[in-house]
Design a protein around this ligand. Sequence first.
Ligand SMILES: Cc1ncc(COP(=O)(O)O)c(C=O)c1O
Length: 476
Amino acid sequence: MKIKNIPHYQNLFEGLMAQVPILDGSKIRYINFDNAASTPPLKSVLKTVNDFSVYYSSVHRGTGFKSQLSTHVYEQARQTVLNFVGADPKTHTCIFGKNTTEAINKLARRFPFTPTRDILLTTTMEHHSNDLPWRVNPHVKVVYITTTPDGCLNMDDYQSKLRKYGQRIALVSVSGASNVTGYLNPIYEMAEKAHAIGAQFAADTAQLAPHREIDMLHLTDPRHLDYVTLSAHKMYAPFGTGALIGRRDIFSQGTPDLVGGGTVSMVTLKDVIWADVPEREEAGSPNVIGAASLATAIESLEEIGMDAVAAHEAELTAHALDRLSGVGDLKIYGDTDPKNVENRLGVIPLNLKGKSHNLVAAILGYEFGIGVRNGCFCAHPYLLDLMKITESAVGQVRKSVLRGNRSNIPGLVRISFGLYNTTTEVDAVVDALKKISNDEYEGDYVQDIATGEFTPKGWEPEFEDYFGGLETSTRL
Ligand SMILES: Cc1ncc(COP(=O)(O)O)c(C=O)c1O
């Protein structure tokens, strides 16, 4: 599929023209500004799913032509992922799994911490998926690098934690980019410092991978990345795949964390010979369609060029920051300077003063057909810091949550851009926020105390009109 020189990128994606119902009874073209959570599929990816379905069969263990072809496609996908992140297949392997969360959980269970090298150094700005998996490993002591008051990673604190804990640090694990502020972390510089004390370095690139080039570099380069994790559903290939790209030597040792079919070379009732990497780390039947669709998304992104992706998103972000500055009572968290857009992703967290984030997000959806995310974005410690919520206020909220009341959990509204978004769409969300700020909205909203969510009174969406309402004759 030829995709160069396309004036804008919307033609490349499925579903962007979908009409959705809004409160006044009309229908409107949906605008998705929740790309940091999940992205719509590329048409090239859907074509792969359809074309490959004709030949899809069991991977690795089948002897028929379709099985051999499926195995070939799966292994090629692995190479495509390795190339995409600049990994050397001699030293690194690509382990497919469900998503970044599963990949980091695997790394947390499989990394060889020892009693003398027991520290995992991460940051307070992480997604929970790069925090909780480490916390629950009883052999690991988790130490956090703090952030500066404006939410950037505190590199002085990093340096002082490296000095303080030195050789006890086994691994440093940091997000390549924040899913809350879009800040890019200096992962290569951090990796160099980690390697200097004999530690390894992992980058959670769930947010970075769809928007920037990644280069793991050769192991002999002090700035190399030992591990990288990513999710296909954030890269326009939502078919259930993620990848952990990591060091062969580490995964060749020890017992896999999940065991069963596919992980072994031989089993007797007395012992087991584990398969080589990466098979020993992929228990059960693999998701070959997911892997093929991730590979196709990568090929499409590479054909467009990651620089072009970054340039387009920087333009959207600069435009948004510029226009949002004109909305009364709107506060943006993190960097607000349109001149800095090359050093961040298009993720903008904001609030309208005096209005709950739950309410603002609901109105955007129900009255303007705009999808955003609101809440704490699975990064509670970072968000509470960024919003400067006091310890005692956190304590109050905690008590309410324990009583089943989530109505007052602090949070923000997040707008996050994908490759296909346009400045016209940015204008639409800015205009909508202006109206909400001026109380120009129709609905009479009620909050569900248990979930915190607002819905307009009398709203009953007919989901079957959109999906699931197939004619009886087309059902099996
Ligand atoms: C920085 C970061 N890490 C990890 C994750 C987890 O990704 P997934 O839900 O695909 O496992 C996310 C998801 O938003 C994220 O933004």
